[in-house]
Write a protein of this length. Structure first.
Length: 350
């Protein structure tokens, strides 16, 4: 009995030491980006007209691993990733959809994997870039972990992913801005490093069009999102005070102020619901969203229309000097992602 206990104790000791070493390695190799990182600069940027209408599309592609058949363990489901053929097919469908809408001048995508176990190490960023060769493209990483140990029985493993902005125009520069705040240690070591990516475009009138691709926190108690929104607010107001035109789009992981919380024939997702405060970041700024169609679905089970809970967390924010012409969510029944693309048309006010 004593020998058996010693063996068990030795095994437990080895496991504890191995786990401590793993945590230390993960901590010292943690991706800790600077507050600002220049992703790209151009000596010959395009100059945009200040009177032309421009089209945008935002879409969290869910790393092509969250199609309609998928349930996900983070949401209370069971799976970590779908079959490889599902990921490949979703990526092909995402590329085909983007190519079929290549008259849109600006695409802002979230959860684009570069080298992740969850998406079978496909370079989604390169494949999407290659599918749209006429577009300038930039990537801002917001998830870079050498090994995510959850769930213990089937770990997610290595993740490298981020935001991708594509445009038919060449920006002056594109900069990754780190959002403040994160989860405490050790959880924060294995979670996303949230950010927004700013692309600056020169205009004929001497001002700038500021296009911001954002992906705010999820799964928190709301405190992280509040910090991020306060930080973003300062940046938005500073740019607008300069006379620039500011457009923000992406996955906010919260709903816009004034959203009615209902879709015809759909179950609304009230879990962890957060609404952006009124008059954010200041009066006369405009939220642009299609309240008739959900943009995100709960991934606790596979998707079933009218049964699966849905919500609206993907939308735009426009500065007062931008005229909204139209905004429309493309309803594809979440076939290729747990999010749906949202199109917007706008013009600049002089």
């Amino acid at each position: 009995m004593k020998k058996a206990l010693k063996v068990i104790g030795s095994i437990l000791g080895v496991l504890i030491i191995a786990f401590i070493i793993f945590l230390l390695y993960a901590t010292f190799n943690n991706y800790s980006p600077d507050e600002q990182i220049i992703v790209q600069e151009s000596e010959n940027p395009d100059k945009l007209s200040d009177w032309t209408e421009y089209d945008f599309m935002i879409w969290n592609i869910g790393y092509c691993g969250l199609d309609a058949s998928m349930d996900f363990f983070y949401d209370g489901g069971e799976q970590v990733r779908p079959a490889k053929e599902n990921v490949i097919q979703s990526l092909e469908n995402v590329k085909a959809f983007l190519k079929g809408n290549d008259t849109v001048e600006f695409f802002m995508l979230q959860e684009v994997d570069v080298n992740s176990k969850r998406s079978y190490k496909l370079d989604e960023y390169k494949e999407i870039s290659d599918a749209l060769p006429a577009f300038n493209t930039a990537l801002g990483l917001n998830y870079k972990v050498f090994f995510v140990p959850l769930p213990p029985t089937n770990p997610m493993g290595k993740v490298k992913s981020g935001l991708q902005t594509l445009s038919t125009f060449t920006p002056m520069e594109t900069v990754r801005h780190s959002f403040p705040g994160n989860y405490g240690w050790p959880m924060g070591v294995f979670m996303l490093d949230r950010c927004f990516m700013v692309s600056r475009f020169s205009l004929d009138n001497g001002k700038e069009l500021i296009v911001i691709n954002t992906h705010n926190s999820a799964y928190d108690d709301g405190s992280l999102r509040a910090q991020q929104m306060e930080y973003l607010k300062g940046f938005l107001l500073e740019e607008y005070q300069k006379g620039n035109y500011v457009l923000v789009g992406g996955d906010w992981n919260q709903s816009p102020n004034g959203f009615k919380k209902a879709f015809e024939g759909q179950v609304f997702d009230n879990e962890n619901y957060t609404e952006i405060p009124e008059a954010y970041p200041a009066p006369e700024w405009q939220w642009a969203f299609d309240e008739t169609t959900p943009t995100n679905r709960r991934v606790k089970t596979s998707y079933e229309r009218g049964v699966t809970a849905t919500t609206l967390i993907d939308f735009y924010l426009l500065s007062p000097n931008i005229q909204l012409i139209s905004v429309k969510t493309h309803d594809m029944d979440f076939q290729y992602s747990d999010h749906q693309p949202v199109f917007l048309k706008m013009s600049l006010l002089n």
